[in-house]
Write a protein that binds this ligand. Structure first.
Ligand code: SF4
Ligand code: SF4
Length: 174
């Protein structure tokens, strides 16, 4: 459902806080291990089931879990689907996503996490992109790594797989 005036105002304040926090965090944290390559193919996969990482210490805390779910339901229009205990993430369904038109009905007031995806992934040790996503990560030392791998005389399929796993080359489409 499209955001009304009150929800847009609340989201504007939340977005300002989110972006300030993000800029400070990115300024003090280590540089990302990878470059973000590729482009958005507008598949919409990241909008179908938005996923939010939860700080591990909060993951099993019932009150905090409830507050996080309530905030995202009321403010962001995210309906909780399930959690992933291994990855410590909450998985939602976004009520702003129109799967037929493949568009967000409140794009101008989308939350900060939607604006940051998938750039956030290049700060992870092993970025895992959604299979349909047109983006991928490439290691900053990809050229040197690729030269070394090419000298190993591996079969072409294995070489391509190793390069993709080491973020040296674009992964093959799944
Ligand atoms: S708010 Fe919009 S951009 Fe964010 S997940 Fe929902 S549909 Fe996608
Ligand atoms: S999953 Fe990737 S390619 Fe698809 S809409 Fe999201 S950012 Fe774009």
């Amino acid at each position: 459902m499209k955001d009304g005036i009150i929800r847009r105002a609340v989201k504007r304040v939340a977005l300002a806080a989110y972006m300030t926090d993000l800029r400070i965090t990115r300024a003090v944290q280590d540089k990302p291990l990878y470059r973000l390559c590729g482009s958005c193919n507008h598949c919409g996969a990241c909008c179908e089931t938005p996923m939010i990482p939860i700080w591990p210490k909060f993951f099993y805390f019932r009150t905090i879990r409830w507050l996080i779910k309530a905030w995202h339901r009321v403010v962001n229009g995210f309906e909780f689907l399930h959690d992933d205990r291994r990855l410590k993430i909450f998985v939602f369904r976004c009520t702003h996503w129109d799967p037929v038109a493949k568009r967000c009905d409140s794009y101008d007031s989308r939350p900060g996490m939607c604006r940051d995806y998938p750039r956030n992934l290049i700060y992870a040790a092993n970025p895992e992109f959604i299979a349909a996503c047109g983006y991928y990560a490439i290691d900053h030392n990809a050229a040197a790594l690729e030269r070394s791998l090419n000298e190993l005389d591996l079969p072409p399929d294995t070489l391509a797989e190793v390069k993709a796993k080491l973020y040296v080359a674009q992964p093959a489409p799944k």
